[in-house]
Design a binder for this molecule. Structure first.
Ligand SMILES: [Fe+2]
Ligand SMILES: [Fe+2]
Length: 282
């Protein structure tokens, strides 16, 4: 029996806070070539929490600037409009992703850690693939599991049923989620992205991050998120109970022209340095 109705989901999605005005405004400004770093700074400064976090991320070893970046306009000049936009979004969703997600066995901070790692790995792969909008791929990686914030509550209640199904029927955790609850976290995550009015390509990458072969608006980005998720799991970053029985899609491997596991090993070693700085996880 499905214990989760569409109505319940819609209600829960409504409870997820809206994106702050600062983020919406930064999104508009970074689309407009006439905007200046000062315009962006004056908007970001309206939110003290976001300002602090943007500066912390901009100063993390990941971006590798030898000098301390002390203002938002400096960060905008050095990192560029697209990056400042994804950092601002990242700073704004930090609180939601930081939560403890009990049903998936994720302690406070682990979903945030996993999401940041997947985002950074995804950006790395998209740069290697010379994709146009590498920052959109970063955001897709960051938000791919946002549905878990809602599902965690229900999974906790139905945990033994879901787990039995994984063990007895040799199902993936995702399929068991859907079978027992009527929805899986990817479908629910896509609803959150819709609520935030994010572009369709992002909604799709979230919806199909476990079944990338279903994507048709942004198949490459969806495949990158899928493989990056697998890589983060292999590296043990933010491993929840659903990390078991994760299967990598052959379709995604083919789409990205990954013909062997050695390419995955190579990515793991190049990203491991990027993922050592605690500033991106705190
Ligand atoms: Fe997922
Ligand atoms: Fe994930």
């Amino acid at each position: 029996m499905n214990i989760l109705s569409l109505e319940n989901i819609v209600k829960r999605v409504k409870e997820i806070p809206a994106l702050p005005d600062v983020v919406l405004k930064v999104m508009q400004l970074t689309e407009d070539p006439d905007s200046t770093p000062h315009d962006i700074e004056s908007v970001v400064l309206k939110d003290q929490g976001i300002t602090t976090r943007v500066l912390r991320l901009a100063n993390s070893a990941y971006y590798g600037y030898p000098r301390r970046i002390s203002t938002i306009s400096e960060a905008t000049i050095l990192l560029g409009f697209q990056t400042i936009r994804s950092i601002t979004l990242s700073a704004a969703v930090n609180k939601v992703l930081m939560r403890e997600i009990p049903g998936y066995g994720m302690k406070k901070g682990s979903l945030w850690r996993h999401s940041q790692a997947v985002a950074i790995i995804a950006r790395h792969i998209s740069r290697q693939n010379r994709m146009k909008d590498t920052e959109e791929v970063y955001v897709a990686g960051l938000l791919h599991d946002i549905g878990k914030v809602i599902m965690g509550h229900y999974i906790e209640k139905a945990y033994s049923e879901v787990l039995d199904m994984v063990i007895d029927s040799n199902m993936t955790f995702l399929d068991a989620e859907e079978k027992v609850l009527g929805f899986n976290h990817a479908q629910v995550g896509a609803k959150v992205a819709e609520k935030w009015n994010l572009p369709e390509s992002l909604v799709e990458a979230i919806a199909y991050h476990h079944i990338p072969q279903e994507a048709n608006i942004a198949p490459k980005m969806t495949c990158i998120v899928h493989i990056s998720d697998a890589i983060a799991m292999m590296m043990g970053i933010g491993l929840g109970v659903d990390g078991m029985a994760y299967s990598i899609s052959d379709y995604a491997m083919k789409t990205l022209r990954f013909d062997s596991n050695s390419q995955i090993d190579k990515i793991m070693s190049s990203v491991s340095d990027m993922l050592t700085d605690e500033a991106i996880f705190s």
